[in-house]
Unconditional design. Structure first.
Length: 186
């Protein structure tokens, strides 16, 4: 299962913990790295992007955005710590980065006819404990609908989302920073 591979093989260190956009100039927006679920705020500290491969100009990149309590040293390490995660299985035109633009959640990972801008599966977890993950599956909650906006400038991403969970959760947030990139397509 991709989710277990993601957690055991990849997670991300806080290499994007600094907020490059933060300043006091009101003409420049301040991006707070935060996941908001039904009004509860969880600070985000890092993100990862896994290349699962593709062909003919369509590639599967999985995006995870991790709270400040979760850490991983590199693509081969298991996660450590406790916190939250929001996950998206995204389809893009390049194996090395996400295209800038709007992505739409439709959560149909049984369909093989994806297009650029699709999110075929997405979920989140608010009680992730990396120390118990081998013995106890976290309580992943699926996302039913919504959009994710991605803007990329070089290696820096600005990502925002407005989503709804299957249990009616209101899920919003933003992340601005770099993402740990790992090619797991082999």
């Amino acid at each position: 299962m991709k989710k277990l591979l993601l957690i055991f093989v990849l997670t991300f260190i806080g290499c994007s913990g600094d907020n490059d956009s933060e300043n006091n100039n009101s003409n420049n927006p301040v991006f707070e790295n935060v996941l908001i679920i039904d009004g509860a705020e969880y600070p985000l500290g890092s993100g990862s992007l896994l290349n699962y491969g593709g062909q003919s100009g369509l590639f599967n990149l999985d995006l995870d955005l991790w709270s400040t309590g979760i850490e991983v040293s590199d693509c081969q390490s298991e996660c450590s710590g406790q916190g939250q995660d929001i996950y998206f299985e995204m389809w893009t035109s390049n194996p090395n980065f996400l295209d800038s633009g709007s992505y739409t959640v439709f959560n149909d990972d049984t369909n093989e006819d994806y297009s650029i801008g699709d999110i075929s599966y997405s979920d989140f977890v608010i009680d992730l404990d990396c120390s118990t993950i081998e013995n106890q599956e976290p309580n992943w909650l699926e996302i039913s609908s919504g959009n994710v906006d991605v803007q990329r400038s070089g290696n820096t991403y600005t990502i925002s989302w407005d989503l709804t969970g299957y249990q009616g959760e209101d899920i919003t947030g933003t992340y601005s920073g770099t993402l740990l990139y790992c090619d797991v397509s082999n």
